[in-house]
Design a protein around this ligand. Structure first.
Ligand SMILES: [Cu+2]
Length: 154
C-alpha cells in the first residue's frame, strides 16, 4: 500500500513538472464555444492560464498538468498575495464530477495539497470521456470566502 502511494506521488510530480502543453490553446477555443451549450449554470467559470482576483490582496491562476485526457491529471493552482508573492493563505478544495452523471463520478470535496514550491495541487481522475466540472471553494479559518468553477472536456 505504501509502495503504491509512493508510486502515485512520483507520478504526480512528473505530471506537474511536465512543461506547459502546446494543445492548451486549442482546448480553450473549444471550451469557450462549448460553454454556450453547457446545461448548467456557468457563473464563476475560470480558464486555465488566466488571472483572477480574490479580494483586494490576492490573485490566482491555474493550469492543467497536461491537456485533459483519460486518466490522472493534476490541477496546479498558484495563489499570489501581497507584492505578488506566492501565498498559501487559503484552504482550497475541489469537487470534481461530470455534470450529467454527478452521482456516478463525484469526488466530493478534496483538498488541494501544497507542494514544496508552494503551488496548490489537485489530482483528478478522469474515468470517462465527456464534460467535467471542478467546483473550487476557497476558505480561510473555516469560512468559505470564494468559489470558482473549472469546466473541461475529454
Ligand atoms: Cu460518466
Amino acid at each position: 500500500m505504501k509502495k503504491a502511494f509512493r508510486y502515485i506521488f512520483a507520478l504526480l510530480i512528473v505530471l506537474v513538472s511536465a512543461p506547459a502543453m502546446a494543445g492548451e490553446h486549442d482546448m480553450h477555443m473549444k471550451h469557450d464555444s462549448d460553454a454556450m451549450s453547457l446545461p448548467t449554470v456557468h457563473e464563476n467559470v475560470i480558464h486555465a492560464g488566466k488571472k483572477y482576483h480574490l479580494g483586494d490582496e490576492y490573485s490566482y491562476s491555474y493550469e492543467f498538468s497536461t491537456r485533459p485526457k483519460l486518466g490522472m491529471i493534476v490541477v496546479k493552482l498558484e495563489l499570489l498575495g501581497k507584492n505578488k508573492k506566492r501565498s498559501s493563505d487559503f484552504q482550497i478544495v475541489g469537487d470534481t464530477y461530470m455534470p450529467a452523471m454527478k452521482e456516478a463520478h463525484g469526488s466530493g470535496d478534496v483538498s488541494f495539497k501544497l507542494n514544496k514550491e508552494g503551488y496548490y495541487l489537485l489530482p483528478v481522475n478522469v474515468v470517462m470521456r465527456g464534460k467535467w466540472v471542478i467546483d473550487l471553494k476557497f476558505s480561510q479559518e473555516g469560512k468559505e470566502v470564494h468559489k470558482a468553477k473549472i469546466w473541461f472536456e475529454v
